[in-house]
Each structure stands twice: as C-alpha cells, then as structure tokens.
Ligand binder design. Sequence first.
Ligand SMILES: [Zn+2]
Ligand SMILES: [Zn+2]
Length: 328
Amino acid sequence: MVRFTVLASGSKGNSAVVSGGRTRILVDAGLSCRELHRRMRLAGEDPQTLDAIVITHEHQDHINGLAVTARKLGIPVYFTEATHRAWMRWLTPRRQMTYAQWLEQCKRQQAERQAEIDAAAEPACQEDSDQEDPALEAELAAQPAVEPVDAPLPAPRQDPTWLPAVEFFEAGQPFTIGNIDLSPFTIPHDAADPVGFVFSTEGVRLGFATDLGYVTPNVRAQLKRLDLLLLESNHDLEMLRDGPYPWQVKQRVLSRVGHLSNDAAAEFLSNDYDGQAAYVILGHLSESNNLPDLARVAAERALAPRASLLANRLILATQHEPLSSIDF
Ligand SMILES: [Zn+2]
Ligand SMILES: [Zn+2]
C-alpha cells in the first residue's frame, strides 16, 4: 500500500510521511522531535518504522527537529551536499571550522562514532530545543558565514551536527530508498540548494513542490502524470502587500526565489497541470498573509474545467494538525 500523510505544512513547520511497500520516509523535519512523534501517532503512523529522513532545504521550518529525530530513531538523513553544509552552518554559527575540515573530522572519528552508537543510550526528545520558527522572517534570514581558523573540535556526542548517517543526493539524479524511488528537482527558492520531489512506488507517483518563487519549466515538466500533488499556495497577494511583514521581507516572499501565491498556484493548475492527480493538496499557507478560503477558491476556479469524481480532489494542508492519511 502507498500512503501519504502531511504532518504539518506552513511557515512554522513542515513534515510529511511517504510510505510504499516496506519503506517509510519522513520528508522534512520542521517540527520538534516530540511534536513529530505526537503527530505521527495521531495520524496512525509508527515513528519507529521510519527508514530515512529526506530534506528539501535548510530553512528552519523544514529542519527544526531534524537532528534529534534522526538520532532518536537512528536513521539516515538524505540531503544535497550544499543543503547539508548550510544546515551545519545554521546549527553551529560560531563553529570555527570549514566544511573540508568537518569532512576530515568525520573520517577520523568514524570508528569512534560507531562505538558511540553502540554504547549510547537512546537520546530522548527532551534534548530537543523545541524552537519554532516565529515568522517567515526567520526562515528567510541569511545564514552566517563559517570562517576557517584553528579551533578545538567537539566530541561527537556534543556535536550538534552529529547524525547517525548522512547520504547525499543531487537534484536531477534519481535515487532509491528501499521500495521508494525519489526524483529530486531544483526549485527556485532562497536556500542553498532547494529541491522538490516526485516519489514513485508501486506505480503511484506523488509530487511535492512547496517553497518556490515561481514554477520553472523544469518544475512543470516534473509535475506530470501524478497521482497526488502537494503544491504551495503561500499567500494572497493583497494580504501580503497590506500585511504586517516589513517591506524587505514582502519583496523576498514575492520574488522569484520566494513563495508561490494563490494566484501563481492557480495559474499553474489552469495552464500547466495535466489534471491527472486524484488529490491536489495546497500547502505552506501563510498564517499572516493568507486565508484557507482564498487559497481554496483560487484553486477550485482553476480546477473547475477539470471537474471529475475521480480526480483533483482538493485538500488544504494545515499548520497545526496532521491531515488524514491518503491511501492508494
Ligand atoms: Zn518553508
Ligand atoms: Zn523555505
């Protein structure tokens, strides 16, 4: 059975579970470890059965609970190399170490780390920071630079960037985790190396595109022949223009590397989408600059010419509770 569960979607945290065959993948970990566990249980998913975490990009609303969750479950994390680097910088802004030095440290300490895994008690979620991104400003904040100097390197167990295993993938290079094929593609967004995904398993294709400033020709090409589409519908243009964000943040959200508006999502659904998905889920709705009804009406209008009992069932993902699982 193929199953898709949105645990949270929005600028305060994003996470979803893709299941196919014997494999379960957590896509982004933007809530605290404890909250991720709570929501998975609410949605009928067992956190202990997760096989891996894949990360779309390093903004805080996508990685907030990543390290603690990966450690608690002892599962690998898949990043692009640039996203991994940016995540490390976010976690250790005062770390005086280059990325090359860090890789060298990994090699030296590999054996030691394995011993740590074997010997250490399972970390509890309590060590989680429980930080939540208070606003989109934080998501859009620039990452601090890392400067190369000689400095003592932390021991693995004190290293905030320590993960049970790190795997790298590249946009445009499909790869497989267990029974699930992943096809990552570049999205235009103000992060180091952001990606969307198409997940394929048991003949079912799930498309995942949030956090993108506009729909590029390549994104259009990727989001075809889907059974389920999760598409960003971030803001209403008027609400954003008249809303509380500082002018500079408004400009970044509106930019080609910001977020998709309701109108932009509707334009994609009208003009470029092939209309084949059974489910269209609108996600990453802004709580400050959008209303669910505005997002829904824009998408409904766009999908009206394709009205069908079997396709294009419209669902809105929310920030504060998981959606019911969708089974194929
Ligand atoms: Zn985001
Ligand atoms: Zn983002």
